[in-house]
Design a protein around this ligand. Structure first.
Ligand code: BGC
Length: 380
């Protein structure tokens, strides 16, 4: 389903994209490329501070740019589309030299992008691809389809249907699972859900996995703005509507740690995690500290770690290339069609984290300390 879903969304603009991607992007800005870093400002727009990852992203981009001497205008939009549009408008009128944008709604910034192009300001789409505009010059992200595959696989491993090495596990179905996806206006959602469903579909089709609610389409399972409370509500509704006959949920596909915590709260309120009523296997994404503690405590099953430090570094490299009138280095020039053009991208690898991986992947790499994991809270 995932690939088809992606093709359907991207297909309409395929012809246009070829023409658009052969253009030179925003290479010919107003500045000469010889300015001192302290004469240049990078506008950085992040969606929200309610999720740790975006705080880490914003801080990392800012500090890495400032370490090179650039000025940085970092803004958070409180997950409000008009606020983000306004903030980006302001960055443009105040003379930003490059924009680094993580959009709330992938299609809502086109008029800002037009203004940026008119002012010859290169635009880097940060983690979430901006759709429907030819004026996106570069994209830095992770391999988002692989994130989805990793989430689907982690659900199967958690349920014992697969082993970590990919071989067949000892568990037998039928097992009850429910599915969640992220915000539909975030371009990443189709990749996450598509990758997960490509992985889970064979197990659903042969009856090993049963989605009792029958809610399997992106529209049915999406959580607007990735909100924890909305996810909790939906899980509560699922429990009431589909599991009031004594049956149990064995696994939940969750695309993001905040959503996972909403799901877990709903399950715990319904008596899961007490006595014989084991909590289902719940997946996640972002390695948020509250969820890493839950994984360490055996409450959440897994998450997908995306090292925001590396993403920030790529954004900084791309910004610097544009400021020096060069094209940033891409490692993917095919996948990310934004509906108008294929945007050259630099994609970073991802890692699944189960309890056993916390030390090697997160603590040894300095992403979280052992104390933070034990407390479930970031120190700074
Ligand atoms: C990001 C995820 C994040 C989600 C919710 C997505 O665009 O790629 O890492 O979990 O937004 O903030």
């Amino acid at each position: 389903m995932g690939r088809k879903f992606l093709v359907a969304l991207g297909g309409a603009a395929l012809a246009l994209s070829l023409a658009a991607c052969s253009g030179g992007g925003a290479g010919s800005g107003e500045k000469s490329g010889d300015e001192k870093p302290s004469d240049l400002t990078i506008g950085v727009s992040m969606p929200t501070q309610t999720s740790e990852r975006w705080i880490a992203d914003g801080n990392a981009v800012k500090s890495k740019l400032e370490a090179k001497g650039y000025k940085v205008d970092l803004q958070y939009a409180g997950d409000d589309i008009p606020t983000q549009s306004q903030q980006v408008d302001q960055m443009i009128t105040q003379g930003a030299d490059v924009l680094v944008l993580a959009a709330i709604d992938g299609t809502a910034l086109s008029s800002q992008l037009q203004a940026a192009a008119a002012a010859k300001i290169p635009v880097i789409s940060y983690d979430r691809l901006i759709r429907g505009s030819k004026d996106v010059d570069f994209y830095v992200s992770f391999d988002n389809y692989k994130v989805g595959v990793a989430q689907g696989t982690a659900l199967l491993v958690g349920l014992g249907l697969l082993n970590k090495d990919g071989s067949k596990g000892t568990a037998k179905g039928p097992l009850n699972v429910e599915l969640f996806a992220g915000s539909l206006d975030d371009n990443n959602t189709q990749y996450f859900f598509g990758g997960a469903m490509d992985t889970l579909k064979p197990f659903i089709e042969n009856g090993t996995l049963v989605v009792k609610s029958k809610q399997t389409t992106p529209e049915q399972v999406a959580i607007l703005r990735w909100q924890q409370e909305t996810a909790q509500k939906r899980m509560e509704n699922l429990l009431t509507s589909s599991y009031n006959d004594g049956s149990k949920v064995d696994g939940v596909l969750s695309p993001y740690d905040g959503i996972s915590r909403g799901i877990i709260t709903a399950l715990q309120n319904a008596g899961y995690g007490k006595g014989a009523k084991k909590l289902p296997v719940v997946t996640g994404q972002d390695a948020e500290i509250a969820s890493i503690k839950l994984i360490n405590d055996g409450v959440q099953s897994s998450t997908v770690f995306k090292d925001t430090r590396l993403l920030a570094e790529q954004a900084v490299n791309a910004a610097e290339a544009f400021l020096q009138k060069k094209q940033p280095q891409a490692n993917d020039t095919q996948t990310y069609n934004n509906g108008v053009k294929v945007v050259p991208a630099y994609l970073l690898p991802i890692a699944t984290v189960y309890k056993d991986d916390i030390k090697a992947t997160l603590i040894d790499s300095g992403y979280w300390t052992a104390e933070e994991v034990a407390a479930g809270q970031a120190k700074k």
